[in-house]
Write a protein that binds this ligand. Structure first.
Ligand SMILES: [Zn+2]
Length: 311
């Protein structure tokens, strides 16, 4: 056995790791909390080093079989310089040469990428996007993220932060957003906003989105209405993307997407009604297939694709 890739998915809450073989199978995995090591970046990096070695030891796989590492990070990354530019939810990370730090430790090629781009790469090659040359992958969670495959390649943008679909303005005057703008898409379909809405509708601050899903399954009218309105917001946000990029496929993942049976029909209807006819006719909305594994499998794709400049 050889040619193994290590995927590391760094999040604000957890760091997930997985060893991936040449066929895209995850042979071993582990996770560690981020917060205990949040005080400074050296602490977190050292903890990840320890976790990597433990993962290989515990699964009885030799580090000698490792041929590359792909690291997904929740923020702005310069994959070409191997720099973590800034992580909004993990303090102390500014212009960190993480690629060089990992290459020195493990002596294999290392590539960095934004976490949603990594998920997009994973879904593209191993999940819901197989065989497509163009797609949008959107993640619905606390944040609303997006990754783009255009002309058979990850589209990063001029400073590597393209795809921020959650920060498309959909209101001229809407609420202030963490990104510095206002009226962003995320402000109407992010987790926090959905929970606030649930508490307004049901008069309960403890009700979760899965609770509302259970109610909808029983035919509860308020729950069904909540999902219909949420889906309408999501659909409206996607209409602009459909018109602009003419994608054949939109993959929707993240926690909120688990309610797809109550969301996708309305999302589709809104797109069919509001988007331009040629684009609307083509586009398909599908649920992400890989769940939490997408980011780890994306590491394998990232290493295989390398850092091509767009032709
Ligand atoms: Zn924003």
């Amino acid at each position: 056995m050889k040619n193994l890739v290590l995927g590391i998915d760094v999040g604000g809450t957890n760091v997930k790791l997985g060893i991936v073989d040449a066929k895209g199978k995850i042979l071993a995995r582990s996770a560690m909390p981020t917060k205990p090591y949040n005080r400074n970046k050296t602490l977190l990096i050292k903890a990840i080093f320890t976790q990597v070695r433990a993962l290989f030891n515990n699964s009885k796989i030799s580090l000698k079989q490792l041929t590359g590492i792909g690291i997904g990070l929740p923020g702005a990354v310069d994959p070409f310089k191997g720099l973590v530019i800034f992580l909004p939810n993990i303090p102390g990370w500014k212009n960190v040469p993480l690629r060089a730090i990992f290459e020195k430790e493990f002596r294999v090629p290392v590539l960095l990428e934004n976490d949603v781009n990594m998920i997009t790469l994973g879904e593209w090659k191993y999940g819901a996007g197989k065989g497509k040359n163009d797609l949008l992958c959107m993640t619905l969670g606390t944040g609303v993220g997006g990754g783009l495959i255009l002309d058979g390649q990850l589209y990063r943008g001029a400073s590597f932060v393209a795809g921020e679909i959650g920060h498309m303005p959909i209101n001229e005057n809407g609420p202030h957003c963490n990104c510095g703008g206002w009226g962003c898409f995320e402000q109407s379909v992010g987790n926090r906003q959905l929970l606030e809405k649930i508490s307004r509708i049901f008069g309960s601050t403890t009700l979760t989105i899965p609770d509302v899903h259970s109610l909808a399954l029983k035919g509860d009218q308020k729950a069904l209405k909540f999902f219909k309105e949420t889906a309408t917001h999501i659909g409206n946000g996607l209409v602009g993307v459909v018109n602009l990029l003419n994608p054949p496929l939109i993959i929707i993942g993240g926690g909120v997407s688990n309610n797809h049976r109550f969301l996708f029909p309305t999302i589709n209807q809104v797109i069919q009604k509001r988007a331009m006819k040629v684009q609307a006719k083509l586009v398909k909305i599908v649920h992400a297939k890989l769940g939490d594994d997408a980011g780890i499998l994306g590491a394998r794709v990232l290493l295989a694709e390398g850092l091509k400049k767009r032709s």
